[in-house]
Design a protein around this ligand. Structure first.
Ligand SMILES: *[C@@H]1O[C@H](CO)[C@@H](O)[C@H](O)[C@H]1NC(C)=O
Ligand SMILES: *[C@@H]1O[C@H](CO)[C@@H](O)[C@H](O)[C@H]1NC(C)=O
Ligand SMILES: *[C@@H]1O[C@H](CO)[C@@H](O)[C@H](O)[C@H]1NC(C)=O
Ligand SMILES: *[C@@H]1O[C@H](CO)[C@@H](O)[C@H](O)[C@H]1NC(C)=O
Ligand SMILES: *[C@@H]1O[C@H](CO)[C@@H](O)[C@H](O)[C@H]1NC(C)=O
Ligand SMILES: *[C@@H]1O[C@H](CO)[C@@H](O)[C@H](O)[C@H]1NC(C)=O
Length: 585
C-alpha cells in the first residue's frame, strides 16, 4: 500500500501549493464548485441529472420491492476504508420469483463547496457502479443515478458485502460532505400464466478487483505506462461462455489525457508541471500472455471539468454512470479450464498517474456436465500508432492517430453442443491538438471509432452481435487577462456518443441506434484554483431508436437554470425499426 497512499485528489491539492508557472498554458482543466454571490439560504437545493433513457420495468412485471443497502456520509473519507454493509438478498428475491429487472439507485445530497469526487459501489468485490459526485452549492444540491443491474442476478441472490469508496477531503475551504443512500429495486415476472424463460444472465460472477480490507476503493490503481495490475483466479471446469466487463476511470495527471502534449514540447518549454505522454491512451486487457481485448475509453468529463458551469444541472455524458466495456473471452476458454489459476491483468499505454480499473468476469456454467472442453483456433492482436508533431516555442500542432485489431476464434464443447465463438474488436483514433497565440489557446479535436462483435455457430448461426461506437470530442480553451494568479478562461466543448447495436439470435432480432450529443460553452474568471465569476451553458440532444422502444430528449441549461426540456418516448412514424430485416448501417 505504501506506493498507493496518494491519490488523484491529494496530488492535485499538493500541486496547488506550488507557485503557478508564469506561462499561460496549458491550464489545469479541473475546478471545485464555485462560490459566487452571497447565497439566499431559503433558495431550494438544485437537482442535478444525467440525461439517459429511463429504465422501464418489463410490461406486466410486478414491483418494485425495494431494499436500502447502505446509507452513509462521506466527509473526510480519503485514504480510509470503504463504507460497508452486510448484504442479505431481499426476502422477495429469496422467495424464488423470476427476476425481471433489478435497478441500483444512488441518491445523494451535499451542501457547501467541494471537488467532484470519483466513487465506486461493489457487491462482494464485483463493481456495480462507477460514478462521479455532483459539485455542491451553498444552498445544497441533490441528485440520483440509477443503473440496470439485472445482469448481476447471480450475485444479488447470494449473501455478501456492499462497499462504497468515495474519497473526500473536508477542510475550511472544501466544506461539502456527501450524504448518500443506496437502494436496490426489484421487479418480478408475474407467476401466472407461466413465467418467461430465464434471461441469459451469467451463472457466476467473479470479481477481478482488490479484496477488502483496503484504505481505498477495490479498483486497481495504475500509475504509469509500465504499471500492470492483475489478479489470479481459477474458473469452474464446466464454463461454456465468459465475458469480461471492464470499469475504467482516469484522474489527476491523466484526467484530461486527450489534451496532453508530447513530452518534447513540455521539455523544450520547461513546462514541468504540465502532464505529457501525448494524447493517446489504450487500456489493454490480458489473460496470461494474451491480449484478449482493449478499451479505448469514452472521454468522460467530470462535473468540475473544463468549466464547472457547463455541467449545471445537466451533467456531462457518462459522468454519473460511467460506461463499462465488454470483452468476450469465450474463444480462450480452452486454455483456462485446466483447473489452474490464470492471470487477468490490465495496463494502460502511455498512462500517467492515475487510472482506476477493475472488471467482473461473467461466467455461464453447463448445468448438465462437470467438464466442458475447448480450444483456441486462431488469434490475432495488432496495433499501430503515429504522431505528427511540429512546434515552435509554445505554439504547435500535434496529430496522433492509432488503430488496433483484436480477433479470436475458439470452440467449446458442452451439453449445448460444440459451439464455435469468434470475438473481434476494431479501433481507430485520431487526435489533433493545436496550441496558438503563444500557447494561450488550445484546440483538441478527437474521434474514437470502436467496433466489436461476437458470433457463435454450431454449423448454423446461433448468435451474432455487433456494436459500433463513435466518440467525437472537440475542446477549445483560451486563456487571457492574466494578472498574478488570476486569469480568464473561455471554453467550448462538443462531446458525444453515437452507438449502433445489432443482434440476431434464436430469440429474434434486435437493433438500436443512439445519438447523444452535448454542446457547451462558457467563460470564467479564476483566482488560484477558485472560480470567482463566470457563466456557462449546455445543450444536449439525446435520440434513441430501437426494437425495444424509442426515447428522445432535447434539453438546455444556462448557469444553474434549465432553459427548456422536451422529451418524448413515442416512436414516431418511420422511426422504429421493425424486427424483420437488418437495416443498412
Ligand atoms: C510567450 O509566452 C512566454 C511565456 O509566458 C513569454 O516568455 C514570451 O514573451 C511570450 N511571447 C510573446 C511573443 O508574447
Ligand atoms: C430568499 O429566497 C426566498 C425564496 O426564493 C424568497 O422568498 C426571499 O425573498 C429571498 N430573500 C432574499 C433576501 O432575497
Ligand atoms: C436517505 O434516507 C433517509 C431515510 O429515508 C432520508 O431521510 C434521507 O433524506 C435520504 N438521503 C438522501 C440523500 O436521499
Ligand atoms: C529551459 O531551461 C533551461 C535550463 O534552465 C534553459 O537553458 C532554457 O533556456 C529554458 N528554455 C525555455 C524555453 O525557457
Ligand atoms: C474535427 O475533425 C474532423 C475530422 O477529423 C472534422 O470533420 C471536424 O469538422 C472537426 N471538428 C471541428 C469542430 O473542428
Ligand atoms: C450566469 O451567472 C453570472 C454570474 O453569476 C452572470 O454574470 C451571467 O450573466 C449569468 N449568465 C447567464 C447566461 O445567465
Amino acid at each position: 500500500m505504501t506506493s498507493r497512499t496518494t491519490s488523484s485528489c491529494l496530488i492535485f491539492l499538493l500541486a496547488l501549493l506550488l507557485p503557478l508557472a508564469a506561462v499561460a498554458v496549458p491550464r489545469r482543466h479541473r475546478f471545485p464548485s464555485l462560490q459566487l454571490a452571497p447565497v439566499n439560504s431559503s433558495e431550494p437545493p438544485t437537482t442535478f441529472f444525467e440525461v439517459d433513457r429511463p429504465i422501464q420495468p418489463p410490461r406486466g412485471s410486478v414491483g418494485p420491492c425495494s431494499a436500502l443497502l447502505l446509507s452513509d456520509s462521506f466527509g473526510y473519507t480519503y485514504g480510509r476504508p470503504p463504507a460497508t454493509a452486510a448484504y442479505v438478498p431481499p426476502e422477495c428475491l429469496a422467495a424464488g420469483g423470476s427476476l425481471a429487472l433489478a435497478v441500483l439507485e444512488w441518491s445523494a445530497d451535499c451542501r457547501g463547496r467541494q471537488f467532484d469526487r470519483i466513487f465506486g459501489v461493489w457487491l462482494s468485490g464485483a463493481e456495480l457502479l462507477r460514478s462521479c459526485t455532483a459539485e455542491p452549492r451553498p444552498n445544497g444540491i441533490l441528485w440520483s443515478v440509477s443503473r440496470d443491474v439485472t445482469r448481476y442476478a447471480a450475485l444479488l441472490s447470494e449473501p455478501g458485502e456492499v462497499a462504497v469508496y468515495l474519497g473526500n477531503i473536508v477542510d475550511s475551504t472544501y466544506t461539502g460532505v456527501y450524504h448518500a443512500n443506496l437502494t436496490l429495486h426489484l421487479y418480478f415476472h408475474p407467476t401466472t400464466p407461466s413465467p418467461p424463460p430465464p434471461p441469459p444472465h451469467a451463472d457466476l460472477i467473479l470479481p477481478i478487483s482488490r479484496s477488502l480490507p483496503l484504505n481505498d476503493g477495490q479498483w486497481f490503481a495504475i500509475q504509469d505506462s509500465t504499471d500492470a495490475q492483475s489478479k489470479k483466479l481459477a474458473i469452474p471446469s464446466n464454463t461454456y461462455r465468459a465475458v469480461l466487463e471492464v470499469f475504467v476511470s482516469f484522474h489527476s495527471s491523466d484526467e484530461f489525457w486527450y489534451t496532453n502534449p508530447p513530452n518534447e514540447y513540455i521539455e523544450a518549454n520547461n513546462l514541468s508541471s504540465v502532464p505529457g505522454n501525448g494524447a493517446f491512451r489504450e487500456v489493454i486487457v490480458k489473460v496470461d500472455d494474451n491480449v484478449v481485448g482493449a478499451v479505448w475509453p469514452f472521454t468522460v468529463i467530470y462535473t468540475g471539468g473544463v468549466n464547472p458551469l457547463l455541467w449545471r444541472p445537466i451533467t456531462g455524458i457518462g459522468s454519473f454512470n460511467l460506461p463499462t466495456y465488454d470483452i468476450d473471452i469465450t474463444p480462450f476458454l480452452g486454455k483456462l479450464m485446466d483447473g489452474k489459476e490464470h492471470n487477468f491483468g490490465f495496463a494502460v499505454t502511455n498512462a500517467l498517474d492515475m487510472w482506476y480499473i477493475d472488471a467482473n468476469l461473467h461466467l455461464w456454467l453447463d448445468h448438465k456436465s462437470k467438464k466442458t472442453v475447448g480450444s483456441l483456433i486462431s488469434y490475432d492482436a495488432a496495433s499501430s500508432a503515429n504522431v505528427d508533431s511540429e512546434f515552435s516555442g509554445l505554439d504547435g500542432r500535434f496529430v496522433t492517430s492509432a488503430s488496433r485489431h483484436v480477433s479470436a476464434t475458439g470452440w467449446v464443447e458442452s451439453s449445448h453442443g460444440k459451439v464455435m465463438t469468434t470475438f473481434y474488436q476494431r479501433f481507430s483514433y485520431r487526435n489533433s491538438n493545436v496550441y496558438s497565440k503563444n500557447g494561450s489557446e488550445q484546440v483538441v479535436n478527437q474521434t474514437i471509432d470502436a467496433k466489436s462483435g461476437v458470433s457463435t455457430t454450431n454449423g448454423a448461426v446461433l448468435l451474432s452481435e455487433e456494436v459500433h461506437q463513435v466518440f467525437p470530442l472537440y475542446l477549445f480553451s483560451g486563456t487571457s487577462d492574466e494578472v498574478g494568479d488570476e486569469y480568464s478562461l473561455v471554453s467550448a466543448v462538443e462531446l458525444g456518443i453515437n452507438e449502433k447495436r445489432v443482434s440476431g439470435a434464436e430469440q429474434g432480432f434486435s437493433y438500436s441506434s443512439l445519438r447523444n450529443a452535448q454542446s457547451a460553452r462558457g467563460s470564467m474568471r479564476v483566482k488560484g484554483n477558485l472560480v470567482t465569476s463566470g457563466s456557462g451553458e449546455n445543450h444536449q440532444v439525446y435520440k434513441y431508436v430501437g426494437t425495444d422502444g424509442c426515447y428522445s430528449r432535447d434539453v438546455s441549461s444556462k448557469n444553474y437554470t434549465v432553459v427548456f426540456d422536451r422529451s418524448d418516448d413515442s416512436c414516431l412514424k418511420g422511426s422504429q425499426v421493425k424486427g424483420s430485416r437488418f437495416p443498412s448501417s
